[in-house]
Design a protein around this ligand. Structure first.
Ligand code: PLP
Length: 392
């Protein structure tokens, strides 16, 4: 029996365990100091009323012989796919229902989609980045080329025609940097992907945080993207589904490589290895698109936006360079006084009792930067902003 040797090549991720250890030690030494956590990317507001009501009704249906449901379609119920399709329709993007695949979240799909591609493919991944893109490719032994995201390019790197790529990862609004690509920038990516005969894996998990109507929420707003892109989206951050689990992936019919349709391949993959999202959860997800659900989720997103604005104001007042915070729940700041990411982490914890995430945990180019999230409690975030102003 031989194991997959590539697992030996995975870098150990000590980021969140080191943060937890440091915070535990600090609170033990300073029990009087209230610690404010702006580190993790999890939401804090509960599911909205419309979602809860829809799920309760679905639970009741599951308890009656007449309305009970067993295995559902692996790729999702039509009622949810229709709601997703209508949502894209509002942005002028049309999809057939079979191009939409409902899943238990974007993380699974982002990892599982790699089943469709040869391990010989060259992968292009921005640095810094959501670590799942890197690790899932290391596990399969694919060669990775990193794309430098830096302060100079506003953490929005553009394609270099001299670099060969088969699979390209883009995340906008970005985790960890909060930066958002414009239409013109995404057009360059689509043009590059088509010229390279490459596929773009576009992670739109934070699209609901885009407020500026001039910014694209979907790669499919770009002409030609249906021939070169797959889009991943999630109810996690949009509607607080991080613990409830539901997302969706769009695989356009037009995607064809070596005579094979990626849509048909993904359907085959999902129907073979996945048995669908619970009916109850899909009912809850569909309610996100109801008029009440929309109003309520919008309210929650506004709450997080207010947090982001409070933090952004504090950084601006202190002349700290940062990206994000306007169309994203993340703020990505340069560490002051040339501090490294971990030096600043220790400084902020000791001087202000604030926990953030060291940028170096997201890739080499993250060194010297720091991520704050707007997903915290509003009162605590305001307190944190005051403390930031005091210590910076
Ligand atoms: N994609 C990005 C960029 C993320 O930051 C996250 C979660 O933090 C995910 C995907 C995971 O989403 P889900 O909860 O739907 O698996």
């Amino acid at each position: 029996m031989k194991i997959n040797e590539h697992y030996r090549e995975l870098e150990q991720s000590y980021l969140f365990s080191t943060i937890a250890k440091k915070v535990a030690q600090f609170t033990q030494e300073h029990p009087e100091q209230e610690v404010i956590r702006l580190g993790i990317g999890d939401v804090t507001l509960p599911l909205c009323g419309a979602v809860v009501e829809a799920m309760q009704q679905a639970v009741a249906e599951m308890g009656q012989k007449e309305t009970f449901r067993g295995y559902g379609p692996e790729q999702g119920y039509d009622f949810l796919k229709q709601a997703i399709s209508d949502y894209y329709g509002e942005q002028g993007i049309a999809f057939n229902l079979h191009e939409i695949f409902v899943s238990d979240g974007a993380k699974s799909d982002v990892g599982n989609i790699l089943d469709l591609f040869s391990t010989q493919n060259k992968v292009l991944i921005p640095d810094p980045v959501y670590p799942v893109y890197v690790d899932t490719n290391v596990m399969a032994g694919r060669p990775i080329t990193y794309l430098n995201a830096t302060a100079d390019n506003g953490f929005l790197p553009l394609p270099d025609p001299a670099v060969k790529a088969d699979i390209i990862y883009l995340c906008s609004p970005n985790n960890p940097t909060g930066a958002v690509y414009t239409h013109a920038q995404l057009e360059q990516w689509v043009e590059y992907a088509r010229a390279q005969n490459a596929v773009i894996l576009f992670d739109a998990a934070y699209e609901a945080f885009i407020r500026d109507p001039s910014l694209p929420r979907s790669i499919f707003e770009i002409e030609g993207a249906k021939t070169c892109a797959i889009e991943f989206c999630s109810f996690s951050k949009t509607a607080g589904f991080t613990g409830t689990r539901c997302g969706y992936t769009i695989v356009p019919e037009e995607l064809q490589f070596e005579g094979m349709h990626l849509n048909a391949m993904w359907l085959r993959r999902q129907t073979t290895k996945f048995n669908g999202v619970p009916y109850i959860v899909q009912k809850g997800a569909a309610a996100v698109f109801s008029p009440q659900g929309r109003a309520q989720t919008r309210e929650n997103i506004n709450y997080y936006h207010e947090n982001a604005a409070v933090l952004a104001d504090a950084l601006r007042e202190k002349n700290i360079w940062f990206t994000g915070g306007e169309n994203s729940p993340y703020l990505w700041m340069r560490c002051p006084d040339g501090k490294s990411s971990w030096e600043f982490f220790d400084f902020l914890l000791r001087k202000a009792g604030i926990v953030g995430t060291p940028g170096s945990g997201f890739g080499q180019n993250g060194e010297g930067f720091f991520r704050l999230t707007a997903f915290g409690d509003q009162e605590n975030t305001r307190k944190a902003a005051l403390r930031l102003k005091e210590v910076l």
